[in-house]
Design a protein around this ligand. Structure first.
Ligand SMILES: [Zn+2]
Length: 174
């Protein structure tokens, strides 16, 4: 009991953090020792000053902030309906990343699951290109001549006649 109380112990006493027997011992020492009682008063004053400071900062919150926070809390604690949850899911902030993941999945999934990659010979594209070009009327690579310009019955005027030769034969007949 002759030993003075350390500051840590005083703080613990102040915060009611001591075991009951330690708390009683400190209390008894404070009654008997003016030096420790003064230290205790200083510690108490400091704690109270800090608490006042904290309370003042709390009061300094702009008017309405606390009300807004509590309104938001009430809003969040109200159980959201299915429509609200769906609407929350459909927000772009969520929907866009989800869509991106789906698109990436669709893009990469075939490559991930394909065991033997199918290779296409470049000659296929060349042949295909030539075949398509050949069907274009009047094209440079065209091998097809439009039927209406062909007249096999009159080779001399073949390039000039645009009329169906069958029709001409029918007209000439008396
Ligand atoms: Zn003391």
């Amino acid at each position: 009991m002759n030993q003075h109380i350390s500051q840590d112990r005083l703080i613990d006493y102040l915060h009611r953090a001591l075991a009951p027997e330690d708390d009683a011992a400190v209390y008894a020492h404070l009654q008997a020792c003016p030096e420790c009682a003064a230290a205790m008063r200083a510690e108490t004053a400091l704690t109270e000053a800090l608490q006042r400071q904290a309370a003042a900062e709390e009061r300094d919150l702009p008017a309405g902030v606390t009300a807004t926070i509590w309104a938001r809390v009430d809003e969040l604690s109200a159980a959201p309906g299915f429509a609200e949850r769906l609407r929350a899911w459909l927000r772009p902030a969520i929907l866009v990343p989800v869509a991106a993941v789906l698109v990436l999945g669709l893009f990469f999934a075939p490559q991930l699951f394909r065991r033997s990659p199918v290779s296409i010979d470049a000659a296929y594209y060349l042949d295909d290109h030539a075949a398509v070009n050949g069907t274009i009327p009047f094209g440079d690579a065209s091998e097809t001549i439009p039927a209406s310009l062909t007249n096999t019955s009159d080779p001399v005027n073949a390039s000039a006649v645009a009329v169906d030769p069958v029709t001409m034969t029918a007209d000439v007949r008396p």
